[in-house]
Design a protein around this ligand. Sequence first.
Ligand code: URA
Ligand code: SF4
Length: 206
Amino acid sequence: MSEPGAEEYLPRGRSLRTLRAAVQDCHGCDLYRDATQAVFGEGPAKARLVLVGETPGDREDLAGEPFVGPAGGVLRKALAEAGIEVDDAYLTNAVKHFKWRPQGKRRLHQTPRAGEVNACRPWLEAEVDAIGPEAIVALGATATRSLFGTKVKVMKDRGKLLKSDLVPLATVTIHPSAVLRAGDDRADAFDSLVADLRAVADAMAA
Ligand code: URA
Ligand code: SF4
Protein backbone atom coordinates (compact mmCIF):
# COMPACT_ATOMS: atom_id res chain seq x y z
CA MET A 1 0.00 0.00 0.00
CA SER A 2 2.67 2.47 -0.91
CA GLU A 3 1.69 5.53 -2.90
CA PRO A 4 4.63 7.74 -3.75
CA GLY A 5 2.46 9.19 -6.53
CA ALA A 6 2.92 9.47 -10.27
CA GLU A 7 4.70 12.83 -10.37
CA GLU A 8 8.24 11.45 -10.64
CA TYR A 9 7.20 9.16 -13.51
CA LEU A 10 5.88 11.94 -15.71
CA PRO A 11 8.12 12.62 -18.71
CA ARG A 12 9.70 15.99 -19.40
CA GLY A 13 7.83 16.32 -22.69
CA ARG A 14 4.12 16.50 -22.02
CA SER A 15 2.55 15.65 -25.36
CA LEU A 16 -0.12 12.96 -25.32
CA ARG A 17 2.23 10.67 -27.18
CA THR A 18 5.06 10.95 -24.64
CA LEU A 19 2.63 10.69 -21.74
CA ARG A 20 1.02 7.58 -23.20
CA ALA A 21 4.41 5.89 -23.57
CA ALA A 22 5.64 6.89 -20.11
CA VAL A 23 2.56 5.76 -18.18
CA GLN A 24 3.50 2.14 -18.85
CA ASP A 25 6.48 2.54 -16.52
CA CYS A 26 4.57 4.22 -13.69
CA HIS A 27 4.96 2.76 -10.21
CA GLY A 28 3.28 5.67 -8.49
CA CYS A 29 1.12 3.27 -6.50
CA ASP A 30 0.84 -0.52 -6.23
CA LEU A 31 -1.89 -0.99 -8.82
CA TYR A 32 0.58 -1.59 -11.66
CA ARG A 33 1.57 -4.89 -10.01
CA ASP A 34 -1.59 -6.86 -10.79
CA ALA A 35 -2.67 -5.13 -13.99
CA THR A 36 -1.85 -6.21 -17.54
CA GLN A 37 -0.92 -2.70 -18.63
CA ALA A 38 -1.73 0.92 -17.98
CA VAL A 39 -4.75 2.13 -19.93
CA PHE A 40 -4.27 5.71 -21.07
CA GLY A 41 -6.95 7.92 -22.59
CA GLU A 42 -8.08 7.64 -26.18
CA GLY A 43 -9.40 10.24 -28.60
CA PRO A 44 -8.43 13.31 -30.62
CA ALA A 45 -5.35 15.18 -29.35
CA LYS A 46 -7.33 18.42 -29.55
CA ALA A 47 -10.71 17.11 -28.36
CA ARG A 48 -13.09 19.82 -27.14
CA LEU A 49 -14.63 17.43 -24.62
CA VAL A 50 -12.91 15.10 -22.15
CA LEU A 51 -14.88 12.41 -20.28
CA VAL A 52 -13.28 10.88 -17.19
CA GLY A 53 -14.27 7.48 -15.78
CA GLU A 54 -12.96 5.60 -12.78
CA THR A 55 -10.47 2.89 -13.72
CA PRO A 56 -10.14 0.49 -16.61
CA GLY A 57 -12.21 -2.67 -16.19
CA ASP A 58 -11.35 -6.25 -17.06
CA ARG A 59 -11.88 -5.73 -20.79
CA GLU A 60 -10.03 -2.43 -20.87
CA ASP A 61 -7.09 -3.93 -18.98
CA LEU A 62 -6.72 -6.61 -21.63
CA ALA A 63 -7.38 -4.34 -24.63
CA GLY A 64 -5.30 -1.40 -23.42
CA GLU A 65 -8.12 0.99 -24.32
CA PRO A 66 -10.67 2.77 -22.12
CA PHE A 67 -14.42 2.10 -22.25
CA VAL A 68 -14.42 -0.89 -24.58
CA GLY A 69 -16.51 -3.08 -22.21
CA PRO A 70 -20.18 -2.96 -21.12
CA ALA A 71 -19.99 0.45 -19.40
CA GLY A 72 -18.36 1.81 -22.53
CA GLY A 73 -21.31 0.56 -24.55
CA VAL A 74 -23.71 2.52 -22.35
CA LEU A 75 -21.51 5.61 -22.54
CA ARG A 76 -21.30 5.51 -26.33
CA LYS A 77 -25.06 5.15 -26.65
CA ALA A 78 -25.65 8.01 -24.21
CA LEU A 79 -23.21 10.29 -26.06
CA ALA A 80 -24.93 9.53 -29.36
CA GLU A 81 -28.32 10.30 -27.86
CA ALA A 82 -26.99 13.57 -26.43
CA GLY A 83 -25.80 14.57 -29.91
CA ILE A 84 -22.10 14.20 -29.11
CA GLU A 85 -19.88 12.42 -31.64
CA VAL A 86 -17.96 9.86 -29.60
CA ASP A 87 -15.03 10.22 -31.99
CA ASP A 88 -14.85 13.93 -31.12
CA ALA A 89 -14.51 13.19 -27.40
CA TYR A 90 -11.45 12.06 -25.46
CA LEU A 91 -12.20 9.21 -23.04
CA THR A 92 -9.98 8.51 -20.07
CA ASN A 93 -9.97 7.40 -16.44
CA ALA A 94 -9.01 8.90 -13.08
CA VAL A 95 -6.84 5.84 -12.38
CA LYS A 96 -4.87 4.20 -15.17
CA HIS A 97 -4.37 0.66 -13.86
CA PHE A 98 -7.14 -1.91 -13.32
CA LYS A 99 -7.80 -2.72 -9.66
CA TRP A 100 -9.31 -6.13 -9.01
CA ARG A 101 -9.50 -9.12 -6.75
CA PRO A 102 -9.97 -12.72 -7.83
CA GLN A 103 -13.39 -14.31 -7.51
CA GLY A 104 -13.11 -17.84 -8.79
CA LYS A 105 -11.76 -17.44 -12.30
CA ARG A 106 -13.08 -13.90 -12.64
CA ARG A 107 -11.33 -10.65 -11.92
CA LEU A 108 -13.70 -8.56 -9.88
CA HIS A 109 -13.43 -4.78 -10.23
CA GLN A 110 -12.46 -2.89 -7.08
CA THR A 111 -12.96 0.80 -6.50
CA PRO A 112 -9.59 2.49 -6.06
CA ARG A 113 -8.85 4.08 -2.69
CA ALA A 114 -8.43 7.83 -2.30
CA GLY A 115 -4.65 7.36 -2.00
CA GLU A 116 -4.54 5.62 -5.37
CA VAL A 117 -6.75 8.25 -6.99
CA ASN A 118 -4.47 10.98 -5.66
CA ALA A 119 -1.37 9.09 -6.75
CA CYS A 120 -2.67 8.88 -10.32
CA ARG A 121 -3.98 12.44 -10.62
CA PRO A 122 -0.78 13.83 -12.23
CA TRP A 123 -1.47 11.70 -15.32
CA LEU A 124 -5.01 13.01 -15.61
CA GLU A 125 -3.92 16.61 -15.15
CA ALA A 126 -1.14 16.22 -17.70
CA GLU A 127 -3.58 14.67 -20.17
CA VAL A 128 -6.08 17.49 -19.76
CA ASP A 129 -3.26 20.03 -19.99
CA ALA A 130 -1.97 18.52 -23.23
CA ILE A 131 -5.43 18.49 -24.82
CA GLY A 132 -6.72 21.85 -23.60
CA PRO A 133 -10.41 20.93 -23.94
CA GLU A 134 -13.32 23.30 -23.60
CA ALA A 135 -15.27 20.96 -21.34
CA ILE A 136 -14.69 18.08 -18.97
CA VAL A 137 -17.20 15.62 -17.50
CA ALA A 138 -16.51 13.46 -14.46
CA LEU A 139 -18.39 10.16 -14.64
CA GLY A 140 -19.15 8.91 -11.13
CA ALA A 141 -17.73 9.49 -7.67
CA THR A 142 -14.09 8.57 -8.27
CA ALA A 143 -13.56 10.95 -11.19
CA THR A 144 -15.55 13.60 -9.34
CA ARG A 145 -13.26 13.31 -6.36
CA SER A 146 -10.14 13.41 -8.50
CA LEU A 147 -11.22 16.49 -10.45
CA PHE A 148 -13.20 18.47 -7.87
CA GLY A 149 -12.19 17.19 -4.44
CA THR A 150 -14.65 16.11 -1.76
CA LYS A 151 -16.98 19.15 -1.85
CA VAL A 152 -18.63 18.23 -5.12
CA LYS A 153 -21.06 15.28 -4.97
CA VAL A 154 -22.44 13.45 -7.97
CA MET A 155 -26.08 13.31 -6.89
CA LYS A 156 -26.15 16.90 -5.60
CA ASP A 157 -24.22 18.52 -8.43
CA ARG A 158 -24.84 16.40 -11.50
CA GLY A 159 -25.57 18.33 -14.67
CA LYS A 160 -24.61 21.68 -13.07
CA LEU A 161 -21.84 23.77 -14.55
CA LEU A 162 -19.02 23.74 -12.00
CA LYS A 163 -15.94 25.88 -11.46
CA SER A 164 -12.68 24.25 -12.49
CA ASP A 165 -9.08 25.47 -12.81
CA LEU A 166 -8.58 23.05 -15.67
CA VAL A 167 -11.30 24.02 -18.16
CA PRO A 168 -13.97 26.65 -18.91
CA LEU A 169 -16.86 24.15 -18.62
CA ALA A 170 -17.02 21.29 -16.17
CA THR A 171 -19.70 19.04 -14.78
CA VAL A 172 -20.29 15.69 -13.13
CA THR A 173 -22.76 12.91 -13.79
CA ILE A 174 -23.32 9.28 -12.92
CA HIS A 175 -20.98 6.58 -14.12
CA PRO A 176 -22.40 4.56 -17.03
CA SER A 177 -21.97 1.38 -14.96
CA ALA A 178 -24.56 2.83 -12.54
CA VAL A 179 -27.04 2.55 -15.41
CA LEU A 180 -26.16 -1.14 -15.73
CA ARG A 181 -26.76 -1.61 -12.00
CA ALA A 182 -30.04 0.33 -11.89
CA GLY A 183 -32.28 -2.72 -12.39
CA ASP A 184 -35.87 -1.67 -13.05
CA ASP A 185 -34.78 1.98 -13.13
CA ARG A 186 -32.34 1.42 -15.93
CA ALA A 187 -34.22 3.42 -18.55
CA ASP A 188 -34.60 6.39 -16.21
CA ALA A 189 -30.96 6.22 -15.19
CA PHE A 190 -29.90 6.16 -18.83
CA ASP A 191 -32.14 9.14 -19.68
CA SER A 192 -30.71 11.10 -16.75
CA LEU A 193 -27.16 10.42 -17.99
CA VAL A 194 -28.14 11.62 -21.45
CA ALA A 195 -29.71 14.78 -19.98
CA ASP A 196 -26.50 15.65 -18.10
CA LEU A 197 -24.39 15.08 -21.20
CA ARG A 198 -26.78 17.18 -23.24
CA ALA A 199 -26.43 20.03 -20.74
CA VAL A 200 -22.68 20.10 -21.45
CA ALA A 201 -23.20 19.82 -25.20
CA ASP A 202 -25.62 22.78 -25.06
CA ALA A 203 -23.22 24.86 -22.97
CA MET A 204 -20.42 24.12 -25.45
CA ALA A 205 -22.61 25.16 -28.36
CA ALA A 206 -23.67 28.40 -26.66
N1 URA B 1 -15.31 1.95 -16.40
C1 URA B 1 -14.52 3.02 -16.33
O1 URA B 1 -14.63 3.86 -15.45
N2 URA B 1 -13.60 3.19 -17.27
C2 URA B 1 -13.41 2.33 -18.26
O2 URA B 1 -12.52 2.55 -19.07
C3 URA B 1 -14.26 1.20 -18.30
C4 URA B 1 -15.19 1.03 -17.35
FE1 SF4 C 1 0.85 4.94 -11.68
FE2 SF4 C 1 -1.75 5.46 -11.74
FE3 SF4 C 1 -0.88 3.04 -12.33
FE4 SF4 C 1 -0.81 3.88 -9.81
S1 SF4 C 1 -2.65 3.53 -11.06
S2 SF4 C 1 0.85 2.83 -10.92
S3 SF4 C 1 -0.30 6.06 -10.13
S4 SF4 C 1 -0.47 4.89 -13.50
